[in-house]
Design a protein around this ligand. Structure first.
Ligand SMILES: Nc1nc2c(ncn2[C@@H]2O[C@H](COP(=O)(O)OP(=O)(O)O)[C@@H](O)[C@H]2O)c(=O)[nH]1
Ligand SMILES: [Mg+2]
Length: 257
């Protein structure tokens, strides 16, 4: 199973090189068939050049200049349009995620799960230097999602997850343009009927560059998409679930001739 790794990156010259090189080293050591697509949005620094230089040596690595408007969600959506693997993982450019966790995701997908999710808040997980205020909001948001969707998974808000290609087709059309895409993808995958497995993850705070998640601006957008998916799951009678037989139009299918 070929794994595509989509990395949204904006002004990450201080960490994107190490992130990509770390991934390459681990994926090659573990014999994973992969491609790495770094989606850049008009970075004003050398992000694209750094990745371009790695790509010149390793054809599995490339930069894709986002073909959408700027934004975290739109950059990931651009990556989801162009990836070529059988599955795709979303990975941060700031070296906060661990390539070894990605290898575990790949194994889960190979075992047959549709989605592989991590949790930074379960036994076996490790978090380093998580900003305090962000931690409080994170735990509240994930608890709210758990109650609403009646599931036990406690880290829906982490973007670092992996999906089989079919899942990316099932969750269309995507609506989120910003960080709220991180919850739209897993919640839709779950309510539309895909299977998922959860493993402990580690997460390390960035040591270079700036964190871009502005919680003030994102709160209402997160709430919008969470409620949107919840409304779909409670009121749409399963119309968007995978495997639900489609009703044929009256009169049956059009005749072949
Ligand atoms: N292409 C692109 N990448 C982005 C944008 N905003 C954030 N990112 C990337 O998304 C990842 C997560 O962003 P980060 O700032 O670390 O978020 P935080 O740690 O949650 O505050 C990093 O790799 C960023 O470079 C954007 O508007 N466009
Ligand atoms: Mg970050």
């Amino acid at each position: 199973m070929k794994l595509s790794v989509v990395i949204p990156a904006q002004n990450e010259e201080g960490s994107v090189g190490a992130t990509v090189e770390g991934l390459v080293a681990t994926l090659e050591r573990e014999d994973v068939d992969y491609e790495i697509v770094v989606v850049d949005d008009d970075s004003e620094d050398s992000t694209a050049a750094v990745v371009g230089a790695i790509g010149a040596e390793n054809p599995r690595v490339r930069v894709h200049r986002s073909h959408y408007e700027r934004g975290f969600g739109m950059a990931i959506r651009a990556g989801l349009d162009v990836f070529q693997g059988d599955a795709v993982a979303i990975f941060m450019a700031d070296a906060s995620d661990d390539p070894k966790d990605l290898v575990r995701y790949h194994r889960l997908l190979e075992e047959g799960w549709d989605c592989a999710f991590g949790s930074r808040f379960m036994p076996g997980a490790r978090i380093y230097d998580y900003p305090r205020l962000k931690y409080i909001f994170n735990r509240l948001a994930n608890q709210f999602i758990r109650v609403l969707f009646r599931h036990r998974y406690n880290d829906t808000t982490n973007a670092f997850k992996a999906y089989r290609r079919e899942v990316i087709e099932t969750v269309q059309p995507l609506l989120s343009k910003h960080f709220n895409l991180t919850v739209e993808l897993p919640l839709k995958a779950i309510v539309r009927g895909h299977s998922y497995a959860v493993v402990p993850n580690s997460w390390t705070n960035r040591t270079s560059g700036e964190a871009k998640l502005a919680m003030k601006e994102m709160g209402s957008r997160y709430l919008f998409i969470v409620l949107y998916v919840w409304l779909e799951s409670t009121l749409s009678r399963g119309d968007y679930r995978v495997g639900k037989p489609q009703r044929r139009p009256a009169g049956g299918p059009p005749s072949p001739s």
